[in-house]
Design a binder for this molecule. Structure first.
Ligand SMILES: NC(=O)c1ccc[n+]([C@@H]2O[C@H](COP(=O)([O-])OP(=O)(O)OC[C@H]3O[C@@H](n4cnc5c(N)ncnc54)[C@H](OP(=O)(O)O)[C@@H]3O)[C@@H](O)[C@H]2O)c1
Length: 288
């Protein structure tokens, strides 16, 4: 049985949907914090059990009989939360090992690095170290940066016509749908062991490019305005954004400046057997 955690979230649920197209429902299980939210999967024959990374006993039950477990990284990613996030993933890895799984998959990130200025990347790198130390076979999915995150970055700009951000760098924006398809292919076809190549969208685009594409798609001008890091921080503070969130956003821009999200790799296209969606397509879908 293949167990997917985070299956009430966007990526986990999309992976389950793609798995259901490939495998009988009785070979799929989900580990979710709130089983009630997954009742529709249960009705379709998927095994639904409660599993919380903060509760090892719940994972023992949720991972029972699993041959593979896909650990969808928890959302705890701020700098101050890294130790808690690492503990959660360690608990999930240990629970999978105790359940006797053949392989663990983990949703890492293309920018995973212990030296990243962007806190989530440190969390991913630490989890990958723990997977390597666990002695179990694992696949760490180096997922591209979610195109959905770019949609969030331009949300305000769509209203104001101004995309205000500090200096940035190109990002290989990647669709949830394609990453889910790839994870389902890797799970069901037993592909790719260890750290995968970066699983990315078809092109790397910076904020200037995002503004240009958004202007074309929306039919009105969105201007990219570059501000200094301090001006950006002050602007965020004036809007009441908490300091931890400001640090997270700045971290993303600093990492993109270093080129940490710039590499475009053909691996995702090979896995899903077609060109992955680009940012333009994801934006069009989001407004249709
Ligand atoms: N590649 C990227 O660019 C990128 C960008 C942002 C985030 N991420 C990572 O990718 C993950 C999946 O993305 P997504 O879009 O599917 O996010 P999402 O919709 O927020 O889903 C996150 C899932 O993690 C689960 N989770 C949180 N804490 C947990 C815990 N203690 N135990 C078990 N499960 C827990 C949540 O469970 P509930 O449904 O019960 O809340 C939720 O289902 C995120 O959590 C984040 O780590 C990647």
């Amino acid at each position: 049985m293949i167990i997917v955690t985070g299956a009430n979230g966007k990526l986990g649920r999309a992976v389950v949907e793609r798995l259901l197209k490939r495998l009988p429902a009785e070979r799929i299980g989900v580990s979710v914090r709130d089983p009630n939210q997954a009742h529709e999967l249960r009705e379709r024959g998927v095994r639904v059990r409660r599993g919380d990374f903060d509760d090892a006993e719940s994972l023992r039950h949720a991972f029972e009989g699993a041959s593979q477990v896909l650990i969808v990284s928890s959302g705890i990613m701020g700098e101050a939360d890294i130790p808690h996030g690492i503990r959660q993933h360690q608990t999930a890895i240990d629970s999978a090992k105790r359940a006797g799984v053949r392989r663990v998959l983990y949703t890492s990130h293309m920018g995973s690095s212990p030296a990243s200025p962007f806190a989530p990347m440190i969390h991913h790198a630490a989890t990958e170290q723990r997977l390597e130390a666990s002695g179990i076979a694992f696949t760490s999915l180096r997922n591209g940066y979610y195109a959905a995150s770019a949609l969030m970055l331009i949300d305000g700009a769509i209203k104001t016509g101004e995309l205000i951000a500090p200096e940035d760098g190109p990002v290989a924006w990647t669709a949830h749908f394609d990453l889910a398809e790839a994870a389902a292919a890797i799970l069901s076809e037993q592909k790719l062991d260890g750290i995968t190549p970066n699983l990315t969208g078809p092109e790397a685009i910076d904020m200037e490019g995002i503004a240009t594409i958004a202007s074309e798609v929306l039919g009105r001008t969105i201007r990219r305005i570059v501000v200094s890091d301090e001006e950006f921080r002050d602007l965020m503070r004036s809007r009441g954004v908490p300091e931890a969130s400001i640090n997270m956003r700045m971290g993303m821009f600093l990492a993109s400046r270093r080129g940490d999200f710039a590499q475009v790799d053909p691996a995702l296209a090979h896995l899903i057997g077609r060109p992955p969606k680009g940012f333009r397509e994801v934006l069009k879908e989001s407004i249709s």
